[in-house]
Design a protein around this ligand. Structure first.
Ligand SMILES: *[C@@H]1O[C@H](CO)[C@@H](O)[C@H](O)[C@H]1NC(C)=O
Ligand SMILES: *[C@@H]1O[C@H](CO)[C@@H](O)[C@H](O)[C@H]1NC(C)=O
Ligand SMILES: *[C@@H]1O[C@H](CO)[C@@H](O)[C@H](O)[C@H]1NC(C)=O
Ligand SMILES: *[C@@H]1O[C@H](CO)[C@@H](O)[C@H](O)[C@H]1NC(C)=O
Ligand SMILES: *[C@@H]1O[C@H](CO)[C@@H](O)[C@H](O)[C@H]1NC(C)=O
Length: 286
């Protein structure tokens, strides 16, 4: 009788092993990013100097190809134009809202057949909310609905920040004004930068995490959250990432949903695997 039970346990063990490894492959769990430790949305407003708006302009063409000039874009997808900017950053999409910082840097157009810019800039904050800077760099194929550029570092509140920012052209008026929605997602945060992500609101609806009154209002870290709901950090982290990724995937309208669901399955698969591994070990020892 005991032998039968051991044999059964081993079969279950192997089955779960197979299941969770295929799930892990599907979700590309190896080397894949985890969830962001901090997310923020900002807008910045670029008013390009066109020879008539010197008072309001926040950016200027400082370099143009031989066939262009510095008061108008050069044609051929603006190829060769180099622009320096010092743009106000706002929390909403209104140009006249109180700025929370400045977006400062440059972009240049580097393709003749398609509008594509390369950007290098910083968000410089000096407000009660944020102090410090976030540095961005990367290619910006401006015609795409959304495009990701790298967050390559930061200072102050954003010390050691790394991640990416999803840019979206929120408004565009001729060659004079554009507004970029910037969704900053940090995957590496210093302690002071760790604060609530938008997954918190989803988590709060889960009954087994009830009573965590501070999630929606205060800041918290993933680790804090875990130490509150379970004592065993690792299990909690697995369940947390599994559930939150699933929530994220089901609530988001992005095409990444399927990928994220697979990732969630692989997390949950990992937890199941561990449970069965322990159960099997106990059976064998007994
Ligand atoms: C500058 O901005 C102000 C306020 O938005 C606006 O009234 C004015 O017409 C602008 N001036 C120019 C030259 O665009
Ligand atoms: C700059 O180039 C544009 C377009 O080619 C032209 O309309 C404009 O007159 C030029 N401005 C100057 C100051 O040369
Ligand atoms: C930040 O703001 C404070 C208060 O307005 C000011 O004293 C300080 O010089 C500013 N720092 C920078 C780097 O602009
Ligand atoms: C931009 O859009 C084009 C066409 O829609 C697509 O082929 C390309 O992969 C996109 N590039 C990026 C970086 O998203
Ligand atoms: C929320 O956070 C504050 C300050 O960190 C703390 O004093 C309070 O007890 C917390 N409330 C709950 C319900 O955890």
């Amino acid at each position: 009788m005991k032998r039968v039970r051991i044999a059964l346990s081993i079969i279950i063990f192997v089955l779960v092993l197979l299941l969770s490894s295929t799930a892990a492959q599907g979700g590309k769990i190896r080397g894949r990013r985890r969830l962001p430790c901090k997310q923020m949305v900002f807008y910045f407003h670029d008013i390009l100097y066109n020879g008539k708006n010197a008072k309001n302009a926040t950016s200027a063409i400082v370099g143009a190809p031989a066939w262009g000039n510095r008061t108008a874009m050069a044609g051929q997808s603006n190829f060769g134009d180099l622009i320096i900017f010092d743009d106000p950053i706002t929390m909403d999409n209104n140009l006249h809202s109180t700025p929370v910082g400045r977006a400062q840097g440059f972009y240049f157009y580097d393709r003749k057949d398609v509008y594509t810019a390369w950007m290098g800039f910083s968000f410089v904050f000096n407000s009660t909310q944020h102090k410090g800077s976030i540095n961005f760099a990367g290619a910006n194929p401006v015609l795409n609905k959304t495009r990701d550029i790298s967050v390559i570092g930061g200072t102050g509140d954003f010390f050691m920040a790394r991640g990416l920012a999803t840019l979206m052209t929120d408004a565009f008026e001729d060659d004079v004004y554009f507004r970029l929605r910037t969704h900053v997602k940090l995957y590496e945060c210093s302690e002071s930068a760790i604060a609530g992500s938008d997954i918190a609101s989803g988590l709060q609806s889960l009954p087994f995490l009830g009573g965590l009154g501070n999630i929606s209002t205060g800041s918290f870290s993933n680790k804090e959250l875990c130490s509150r709901c379970f004592s065993w950090d690792f299990w909690c982290t697995c369940v947390y990432f599994g559930v939150s990724t699933l929530l994220d995937a089901t609530s988001s309208d992005s095409s990444k949903s399927e990928d994220e669901q697979k990732e969630a399955v692989s997390y949950i698969g990992g937890v199941l695997f561990l449970i069965f591994a322990v159960v099997t070990l106990i059976e064998i020892v007994n």
